[in-house]
Write a protein that binds this ligand. Structure first.
Ligand code: 7RM
Length: 643
């Protein structure tokens, strides 16, 4: 498929869409650009409930922004209470556990659960401004946990259940959390993921945590520390479900989500309340064209930002019915997802290119055995979608009828910034197409000047949008340096992009040392620091290597300490296990290569660019004039052929 392939919206889709023509899209953009205050005030008023209105819409003191200044609102109130009049008996969550257990929670039931659990938290002394860690499987209690915190103004930080005890510990400490919400475990490919054990391990070094509340999921054996650990169901028994939502400032910290940066230390990305909610609920309608009768399924984990914005806060604020599935797509067989779609009559599916590629590999007979005719819209997120994956998703899953919204955004952006409005924009496979209203994206060179159409450059956003990152938790300097220093006062995304002759944006990937493995961000430095903590390792350099399914795979170049005389095969296994233990299973290196030395500049910087070339093309063609010892590189490049 060429870059010029163009898929115009089908008239029957456009006719029913929220935004139904290119002109309508342009009108939204014009209004948002020319009168941002009026535009966003209108969105905020239409889509959300405010206990008190704002004094002004935004305040921009680069790099710090405030939205709906002076207003009072509550994210949980907007996801629940606001719907009780019109949607009380509408399913909010259609849950399916991996073992096959199912549960439906209506808006009324979810509201009642959240109120009850918020009362539990209150009785444990939690209040607005406190911080809680959520380390849970994909079960409704995880959503209840998030919304209960939001109801009280307790800032939550969800840690993906695939992270190790080490990673969990670092996040608890950075956030000074006093509460951990977890479960005994969760189910993944028929095995129990033992979450509570990891919490116990992490808490050995976290004296600040006073309460651990454990939801019962797997009924596996766990240790409970008296005074600190409590069972969710025991605390909740007999508790009232009357718990008014706290009237919080629009800028009250809703959540902190850790993501990989270019150093070994993850960044705690802070999102607040009013602006974030306004933006995520708006994009539910613009991008997913969400309607009252849709059955919406985002397959992400709530541990990633996609889960926050497009499983919990966006869809629930919009009053959607959401499918939630606990387990793996291949359990017990590769048609699990298609079964769920057919049974629940899912109309919107939002997933990642990695998942699509893994599904393609299993063959068309899996989806073809199921009735997927309920689908009307497909979405993609996390990494660029390659044309072959796009074409399969469109033809085999969407039967050629469903538009694909390729959504570009980041943990830092809070919501989707670049994506097609499906009733208005003709699609080009692999392009995120155009920015959302009010999002002034541009492609620039080192000096910040726009590059010509067709040329590569840095993707920047020139004006703050409502769900923009507010700061890095505890590190405003790093926040400014990371995002607003390359071009002063302008948000730097860290991605390269190109705009084609028709104005379509093509995202080309990161320009920094951040890898993207299965759509999960991972910094090369994080893996390197994990490796050098191993007693046998002297030095390590890590690069992303192209991978057929996961997009990139972790490839490590390792030098050993002098006295290490271990069998290389065993040691490689050991190091892969070690990284999984230090960070999490998803970070497990695909490849470990032992080497005598690493290629370095004369000033001692590891030249990852050369290593990247070696793992990509097995040769080195670029500039090596700053390289200290050329022999190292030729040896490394040759090594592959010996393997
Ligand atoms: C939502 C999310 C962000 C990074 C981002 C990009 C890459 C995400 C796309 C994409 C091309 C896309 N948040 N990325 N979506 N690249 N097309 N549609 O993924 O913080 O975990 O990652 O992911 O490099 O900077 S994230």
């Amino acid at each position: 498929m060429s870059e010029n392939a163009l898929f115009a919206p089908l008239p029957e889709f456009s006719r029913q869409a929220h935004v139904s023509s290119l002109d309508a899209y342009r009108a939204l953009c014009a209004k948002a650009e020319q009168e941002p205050e009026a535009f966003w005030a209108e969105q905020a008023e239409r889509e959300l409930h405010w206990f008190e209105k704002w004094n002004h819409v935004f305040e921009w003191n680069p790099p710090f922004v405030k939205w709906f200044v002076g207003a009072k609102t509550n994210a949980a109130y907007n996801c629940l209470d606001r719907h009780l009049e019109t949607r009380a008996d509408k399913p909010a969550i259609l849950f399916e556990g991996e073992p096959g257990d199912r549960r439906t929670l209506t808006y009324r039931q979810l509201h009642s659960e959240v109120c009850r659990f918020a009362n539990v938290l209150k009785s444990r002394g939690l209040k607005a401004g406190d911080r809680a860690i959520i380390y849970m499987p994909m079960i409704p209690e995880a959503v209840v946990a998030m919304l209960s915190c939001a109801r009280l103004g307790v800032t939550h930080s969800v840690v993906f259940g695939g992270f190790s005890a080490e990673a969990l510990k670092a996040r608890i400490q950075d956030l000074d959390a006093t509460l951990v919400l977890t479960a005994d475990g969760g189910w993944r490919r028929g095995k129990e993921v033992r979450l509570k054990d990891a919490v116990d391990e992490a808490l050995k070094d976290c004296p600040g945590v006073k309460n651990v509340i454990v939801a019962q999921r797997t009924k596996g054996q766990v240790n409970m520390t008296a005074g600190r650990d409590h069972w969710w169901h025991e605390l909740e028994a007999g508790v009232s479900d009357d718990c008014p939502a706290v009237h919080l400032d629009s800028e009250h910290p809703l959540f902190v989500l850790y993501t990989s940066g270019t150093t070994g230390k993850p960044k705690g990305i802070l999102h607040t309340t009013g602006g974030y909610m306004t933006f995520v609920v708006s994009t539910m309608k613009w991008v997913f064209d969400l309607k009252e009768d849709d059955v919406y399924w985002c397959s992400a984990d709530i541990g990633w930002v996609t889960g926050h914005s497009y499983i919990v806060y966006g869809p629930l604020a919009a009053g959607a019915t959401c499918v939630m599935y606990e387990g793996a797509p291949d359990y017990p067989a590769w048609d699990r997802w298609w079964q769920i779609i057919a049974r629940e009559k899912v109309t919107i599916l939002y997933t990642s290119p990695t998942a699509i590629r893994a599904l393609i590999k299993q063959g068309d007979s899996w989806p073809n055995q199921h009735d997927l005719s309920s689908l009307r819209l497909l979405g993609s997120v996390g990494e660029p979608i390659n044309p072959a994956a796009w074409e399969w998703y469109h033809r085999v899953i969407g039967k050629g009828r469903c538009p694909i919204v390729d959504t570009w955004w980041q943990t830092e952006t809070g919501g989707i910034l670049i994506a097609p409005m499906p009733g208005a924009i003709a699609l080009k496979p692999g392009s995120g197409t155009f920015p959302m209203p009010g999002v002034l994206a541009d492609v620039v060179d080192f000096s910040g000047s726009p590059v010509n159409d067709g040329a590569e450059g840095f993707l920047i956003i020139k004006r703050p949008w409502p769900s923009m990152i507010r700061t890095i938790w505890g590190d405003p300097q790093r926040f400014e340096q990371q995002y607003f220093s390359r071009i002063p006062g302008i948000y730097f995304t860290g991605d390269a992009a190109r705009r084609d002759k028709d104005g379509y944006l093509w995202i080309l990937g990161r320009v920094d040392d951040v890898m993207n493995v299965s759509g999960h961000r991972l910094s090369t430095m994080e893996v390197e620091s994990a490796l050098v903590r191993h007693p046998a390792v002297a030095e390590a350099a890590v690069v992303g290597k192209p991978h057929e399914i996961t997009g990139q795979a972790v490839c490590c170049f390792v030098t050993l300490k002098k006295d290490v005389s271990s069998n290389h095969h065993d040691l490689a296994q050991d190091l892969r296990k070690w990284v999984a233990h230090e960070i999490g299973a998803f970070a497990r290196p695909e490849e470990i290569r032992f080497t005598e030395a690493l290629p370095k500049t004369r000033s001692g910087k590891i030249m990852r660019r050369l290593l990247r070339e070696i793992v990509t093309s097995h040769t080195v063609t670029g500039d090596v004039t700053t390289l200290e010892d050329l022999g190292v590189v030729t040896k490394l490049a040759a090594q592959h052929d010996e393997d």
